[in-house]
Design a protein around this ligand. Structure first.
Ligand code: MN
Length: 131
């Protein structure tokens, strides 16, 4: 269901990066990876990307600032951004959505449901409204 799609995974933790990448590759996705926001912003403008999975907590520029920049650039404003966060408390959720993220997934990653959850943000071009 995600065959042929390209997803940019932005995650500074190598173990999480590998896990997310493995799960997406199994689902037929072409995966691009970035360890930091700066690299992610460059890749998002240089490559054709269908979706960004954005870790919130990154060194230097965090994932929320990177999302604001993506959403503020006409070249990438339409690109869906799904936050990856260890914190999904009420305030965090609001901060994530206020930054322009289309939704979020929580860590630790649920390996069984992960690719289906990501696919929901790709289908039909209109991501589900967060609850
Ligand atoms: Mn992190």
């Amino acid at each position: 269901m995600m065959n042929g799609k390209t997803i940019l995974v932005v995650e500074d933790n190598a173990q999480n990066r590998e896990l997310v990448s493995d799960l997406l590759v199994l689902a037929g996705v072409r995966v691009l990876m970035a360890e930091d926001a700066e690299t992610a912003l460059e890749l998002a403008t240089r490559e054709v990307v269908d979706l960004v999975l954005m870790d919130v907590s990154l060194p230097r520029m965090d994932g929320l600032e990177a999302t604001r920049q993506l959403k503020g650039d006409p070249a990438t404003a339409q690109l869906p951004v799904v936050a990856l966060t260890a914190h999904a408390m009420k305030g965090d959720r609001e901060r994530i959505l206020a930054a322009g993220c289309d939704g979020y997934l929580t860590k630790p990653i649920d390996t069984r449901g992960f690719s289906d959850a990501v696919a929901r943000y790709l289908t039909g071009g209109s991501p589900p409204k967060p609850a």
